[in-house]
Design a protein around this ligand. Structure first.
Ligand SMILES: *[C@@H]1O[C@H](CO)[C@@H](O)[C@H](O)[C@H]1NC(C)=O
Ligand SMILES: *[C@@H]1O[C@H](CO)[C@@H](O)[C@H](O)[C@H]1NC(C)=O
Ligand SMILES: *[C@@H]1O[C@H](CO)[C@@H](O)[C@H](O)[C@H]1NC(C)=O
Ligand SMILES: *[C@@H]1O[C@H](CO)[C@@H](O)[C@H](O)[C@H]1NC(C)=O
Length: 402
């Protein structure tokens, strides 16, 4: 069966769907079914009964969204070819699209169903996932951090940016800014509610659509980077682990939040807690967006005072991939002032000594995650108030190195 399945244009750039030919549609439907069927087996092989038991049956009826059908070359339409075309897609210029959440999660978990060919060995990118209300008061600092690194000095990109906001918020960044056009379709997100983890998965899914993203870092509008981007990139690329904090807390704020409804998927001895600010490798990010077994259960039974964003990733990643996680976060936060929220730093707090201690160069405490290399424990820090911007800009080049 040979059909020309080229659409002749880069569909990303199109505002409306191109006219379709009946025969192509039929073939595509058949191929989609074939890809789904074989992909399902691949998922079984990849994740054992973990994912396969409940994953994505309900999404089988969806067609591959038009927005993802790129590639302008003519080629025979075989199943292999369809998968190849998927991997050949160029990254979209804008992060915006018209997919529903279901379509997005379906598309982003594609590689759990169709094993990816290994991509060429160009440096892989760090995707910065900004989970925000809207405004990014520290954007000038981040712009400085990204500045000059988008070509890696020799044509290699080191990062990409995705911004989740309150729906309807219209960011206003000039085309020269790394934040320009990087807003993703967003939904209302409430602190401590499942909608918070929905937003994290939505960000992950959007970033997974770019095959060159390998590291996925969740940050907020009050986060700052503590080192230059090439240093952070190298630190993450060297590590065999994803950085996610994992604590087994026997107290009321730990195991006390376990709900019997989690059984049998999660027992109380498997229940973990940790900060929501993660760094995930691509394979774990794919697992998270494709997870149809654990996540629905968390959504259903983990309600305040159980906070899904503090328990879902630490618990589930400890169950499915204990050897792949460092059990610590690379995002520093100050919990020393007690309360439900960590300390926030403003103009008066941002002094040389304080920043130097965060950077960790003069600290005794070093982390040894990367083989025997001793390295700083933290790559990012929060929370910084908008008023901290000016002192941060004043000190960034001498202390933070950018
Ligand atoms: C999304 O849909 C709207 C209205 O249907 C259209 O105006 C817009 O161009 C579409 N955007 C993309 C990226 O397809
Ligand atoms: C980026 O770097 C260039 C050259 O070093 C400089 O002229 C420009 O002002 C910088 N932009 C920002 C946002 O820091
Ligand atoms: C490109 O630059 C990056 C960072 O400066 C470096 O790590 C990499 O080895 C360079 N690649 C080539 C092919 O020169
Ligand atoms: C993280 O904890 C798990 C057990 O929960 C363990 O198997 C793994 O080795 C730990 N990771 C590191 C880097 O120590």
């Amino acid at each position: 069966m040979v059909v020309n399945c080229s659409k002749g244009k880069d569909v990303y750039a199109m505002a409306t769907a191109p006219p379709r030919r009946f025969s192509v549609d039929l073939v595509r439907l058949f191929l989609l079914f074939a890809v789904l069927t074989t992909g399902f087996l691949v998922a079984v092989l990849f994740f054992g009964d973990g994912v396969a038991a409940s994953s994505y049956y309900r999404l089988r009826s969806l067609a591959l969204p038009d927005v993802l059908h790129a590639v302008g070359r003519s080629a025979p339409c075989t199943e292999e070819n369809e998968v190849e075309r998927w991997w050949a897609r160029p990254p979209a210029k804008s992060a915006w699209h018209n997919m529903s959440d279901d379509e997005l999660l379906w598309a982003a978990s594609f590689e759990a169903r169709a094993a990816p060919p290994r991509r060429p060995s160009k440096p892989r990118k760090v995707a910065f996932l900004f989970l925000t209300r809207g405004p990014l008061p520290l954007a000038p600092l981040w712009e400085r951090f990204f500045n000059g690194t988008s070509t890696g000095g020799n044509g290699t990109e080191l990062f990409s940016v995705y911004v989740h906001t309150t729906p309807g918020y219209l960011p206003d960044f000039p085309p020269s800014s790394p934040f320009h056009g990087r807003q993703v379709p967003s939904q209302v997100t409430q602190w401590g509610r499942p909608s918070m983890v929905d937003a994290e998965r939505r960000l992950l899914a959007n970033a997974l659509l770019d095959h060159d993203n390998e590291h996925f870092v969740l940050v907020s509008e009050s986060c700052i980077p503590l080192h230059p981007l090439p240093t952070i990139h190298a630190y993450l690329a060297r590590s065999v682990h994803s950085f996610i904090q994992v604590i087994d807390d026997p107290g009321p704020d730990g195991r006390g939040r376990y709900h019997a409804g989690m059984a049998p998927d999660v027992s109380i001895s498997q229940w973990r807690k940790g900060s929501q600010w993660f760094e995930l490798r691509r394979s774990l990010a794919v697992f998270v967006v494709a997870d149809g077994r654990y996540y629905p259960r968390f959504q259903e039974v983990c309600r305040p005072p159980c906070y899904v964003d503090e328990h879902y990733l630490p618990t589930v990643l400890t169950i499915v991939a204990p050897g792949s996680i460092a059990n610590r976060s690379v995002t520093w936060v100050d919990w020393s002032r007690s309360g439900a929220h960590p300390a926030s730093f403003g103009t008066k707090d941002v002094r040389e000594k304080f920043l130097e201690s965060l950077v960790g160069k003069k600290e005794k405490k070093r982390c040894t995650d990367n083989a025997d290399l001793e390295e700083p424990c933290f790559l990012f820090a929060r929370k910084f108030a908008p008023s901290a911007l000016q002192p941060l800009l004043d000190l960034s080049s001498s202390i933070l190195g950018y």
